[in-house]
Ligand binder design. Structure first.
Ligand SMILES: NC(=O)c1ccc[n+]([C@@H]2O[C@H](COP(=O)([O-])OP(=O)(O)OC[C@H]3O[C@@H](n4cnc5c(N)ncnc54)[C@H](OP(=O)(O)O)[C@@H]3O)[C@@H](O)[C@H]2O)c1
Length: 304
């Protein structure tokens, strides 16, 4: 393993420019590493060298935001990130999450007791090879989505670990508006990572509220996740521009609100390059009007 630190390339060249998470500047176009693990996000990838190459390509393209979790694999994705990129280039920020573990069937049961969270933070520190985690999301709910219930004990545990210097910034994931409001009474967070894309716009009002407060919204499954986005309207808009539907889906998210950060996943360096190029697509008013019909509801107005 080399010990030479590199710097990331010009980030402003990426579509969307940059956003500041607390004191960390990241490119709005990030990379979601979950798809690098094996099938079902379990075990190693079939093409290990290809997975390492995707991570290096992300950095080469100037991406400075990588999203992961030690539960991916488990351990697999974090270890790939470490192998591909450690010592991490200056300016690269790795965002992880805790709050779920893996069971023998590949399920994602909650693991949010204080001891679970402490162990998960230490596991992430070890597998990523760092002394401090840049940003840790408390992942709430379950595989079906957000679930109601107080986050106080779990969130306070992460705040304690933050005070110990093990975590730089906190975030929430898979959270309800009530849980987000509860967290605000406990300690600051810099992002919310929930399911959102062209077809799932349940968080429209939340995105606007967070934008007004300077908090980032990071949609997971921006391309539909395990069920790729499919819509005749999306295809028509893509055809009008001569691009793939994935480009339109990503460009729409960047356009939707300035606090939206992208973490599309891919196990393919070619798809990664295609997505970076596609997210810069300039959508016209007629495109936006058509795309607004896909989710079944019109979005709320953006905050100025
Ligand atoms: N907080 C949470 O609870 C939570 C839950 C799920 C995910 N996440 C995070 O969100 C990130 C994104 O989610 P995701 O990766 O599951 O879903 P996604 O970004 O919506 O979609 C990824 C899928 O799209 C395909 N894809 C990407 N670019 C493509 C292209 N140009 N052409 C064709 N297919 C393309 C990928 O296949 P190829 O590999 O073939 O490109 C992959 O199957 C994850 O990496 C993870 O970090 C968080």
């Amino acid at each position: 393993m080399t010990t030479t630190r590199t710097t990331t390339t010009a980030s402003t060249a990426l579509p969307g420019g940059t956003w500041t998470l607390g004191d960390l500047t990241v490119t709005r176009f990030g990379y979601g590493a979950m798809q690098l693990a094996g099938p079902g996000v379990t075990g190693p990838p079939a093409d290990r060298d290809g997975a390492l190459a995707v991570l290096r390509e992300a950095v080469r393209l100037g991406i400075t935001h990588v999203d992961t979790a030690d539960a991916y694999g488990p351990h697999v994705t974090n270890e790939l990130i470490r192998e591909a990129l450690h010592p991490y280039p200056d300016g690269l920020h790795i965002v992880t999450k805790v709050g779920a573990r893996r069971d023998a069937d590949g399920g994602w049961p909650p693991a949010r007791e204080p001891d679970d969270l402490r162990r998960a933070v230490h596991d992430n520190l070890e597998t990523l090879g760092v002394d401090t985690l840049d940003l840790v999301n408390l992942r709430l709910g379950d595989a079906t989505g957000p679930r109601p219930g107080s986050l106080a004990t779990a969130y306070e545990t992460l705040v304690e670990l933050q005070r110990q210097g093990l975590i730089r910034h906190l975030g929430l994931s898979n959270a309800t508006p009530e849980q987000i409001a509860e967290a605000e009474t406990i300690a600051p967070f810099v992002c919310v990572q929930n399911l959102y894309n062209l077809a799932h716009r349940q968080d429209d009002a939340l995105i606007d509220r967070l934008a007004a407060r300077g908090v980032a919204y990071v949609p997971y499954f921006p391309l539909g996740g395990f069920t790729p986005l499919q819509s005749a309207t999306l295809s028509q808009v893509a055809e009008r521009h001569g691009v793939r539907p994935t480009a339109v889906a990503l460009a729409w998210l960047l356009h939707r609100s300035p606090n939206i950060l992208l973490i599309p996943g891919t196990s393919s360096a070619a798809h990664l390059r295609e997505n970076v190029a596609g997210a810069g697509l300039a959508l016209r008013e007629e495109d936006l009007a058509a795309l607004d019909t896909i989710g079944g509801t019109r979005r709320t107005p953006q905050t100025p």
